[in-house]
Design a protein around this ligand. Structure first.
Ligand SMILES: *[C@@H]1O[C@H](CO)[C@@H](O)[C@H](O)[C@H]1NC(C)=O
Length: 359
């Protein structure tokens, strides 16, 4: 496994095909300019480079812009400003590789991968090297390192970015344990969500998520959260917790998946309509209302963040029928809050519909 991992990582480390030093890529020309340029190493005798970030997690939501703060200074302070190199990167999480975000040397900036066109250094104040990250995506949540390099001095700080969201288990129409890792990614994507990370599942378990089917996580491990140990679910002998099957093969093994949907920009509502509808009619009815039939992820987010509570089953985009309950009551499912599911009924059955309206 780790060998495979190495092979995957190698091409990434070679993006520029240039010498690699200290996490930075630069040509030998730049190299001599930055390290030479008249600064002797001796200047740093007794001078300390200090990098400061924020200790609190930043919370945001998809589509928003956020600034990850980072400042540096010298102790004692220097009279003459010095040129530093700055590198922002996202830490690896549960086996997913770390990602370069941005490197800057003087006026030269370069951003990488999915971050291209969405990031820039914010240098409003002296010695500020904050990272402005625009149009946030679900995948952007995680820990970022701000690294400042001056000659041979090299200091860094961490910033944690969390996107508010909700974790939900997902099974496709075909039933239990039908998704390999790639199909799992696609299934979440189609629900306006991404595959959940372990941290996200763990937090959901702390908040009471209990699901007796194993599902894929972002790092291609397969796990399931149990709040109440029971005979039918691994036995009474095991403590409550998130139980892991470990890493599984991306193609060969099939499970359910845990998806993570973020707080919404728009809103979800139950369409008031004179009759119950077939799946096809439900899609059309939402469109006629200037909206779209809601995805499962959107319904979960509306339940969790907007308190959507409705005891009427409605069609969703994937052909499942569900309803969201915040205040449990008789005839509206179990005594815990949750999104109740009717599975995937025959498309000709008649139900209500949940629509999603942007903005
Ligand atoms: C994010 O920043 C861009 C560019 O500055 C701006 O056009 C956009 O409206 C901002 N988005 C939000 C949600 O503030």
């Amino acid at each position: 496994m780790s060998l495979l991992f190495l092979v995957l990582l190698l091409p990434l480390s070679c993006v520029w095909g240039l010498p690699f030093y200290n996490g930075f890529y630069y040509s030998s020309g730049l190299h001599s300019k930055t390290l030479g340029g008249g600064y002797g190493e001796g200047l740093f005798n007794g001078v300390k480079l200090v990098v400061e970030t924020t200790e609190e997690s930043l919370f945001s939501h998809p589509g928003a812009n956020v600034t990850l703060p980072c400042h540096y200074r010298y102790e004692p302070a220097l009279a003459i400003p010095r040129h530093v190199r700055v590198k922002w990167w996202k830490l690896s999480e549960n086996g997913s590789p770390e990602q370069d975000v941005l490197v800057a040397m003087g006026q030269r900036h370069r951003s990488f991968g999915d971050y291209q066109g969405r990031v820039q250094l914010q240098q409003g104040q002296l010695q500020e090297v904050s990272l402005e990250l625009r149009d946030l995506r679900l995948e952007d949540s995680g820990r970022y390192r701000c690294e400042v390099i001056d000659g041979l001095e090299d200091e860094s700080g961490l910033v944690e970015l969390e996107l508010r969201g909700v974790v939900f288990p997902y099974q496709p129409r075909e039933g239990r344990y039908q998704l390999n890792f790639h199909e799992a990614q696609k299934a979440c994507w189609e629900q306006d969500a991404v595959v959940a990370s372990f941290e996200q599942l763990f937090r959901a378990w702390e908040e009471g998520l209990d699901w007796c089917n194993a599902g894929w996580l972002q790092d291609a491990s397969v796990q399931y959260p149990i709040a109440l140990p029971r005979q039918s679910c691994g036995g009474l002998g095991l403590a409550p917790g998130v139980r892991s099957y470990g890493q599984r093969h991306h193609h060969l093994h099939c499970y359910d998946v845990f998806c993570f949907a973020a707080a919404l920009k728009g809103w979800v509502y139950y369409l008031e309509h004179p009759q119950k509808l077939t799946l096809l009619e439900a899609r059309e009815a939402c469109q006629e209302d200037g909206a779209q039939i809601s995805t499962v992820g959107q319904l979960f987010a509306a339940w969790k963040f907007h308190g959507l509570d409705r005891c009427d089953a409605g069609w969703l985009a994937d052909g499942s029928a569900r309803y969201p309950i915040v205040h449990p009551r008789p005839n509206c499912g179990p005594p815990e809050p949750g999104v109740r599911t009717f599975g995937f009924p025959d498309p000709h059955t008649r139900y209500g519909v949940y629509c999603y309206h942007q903005h």
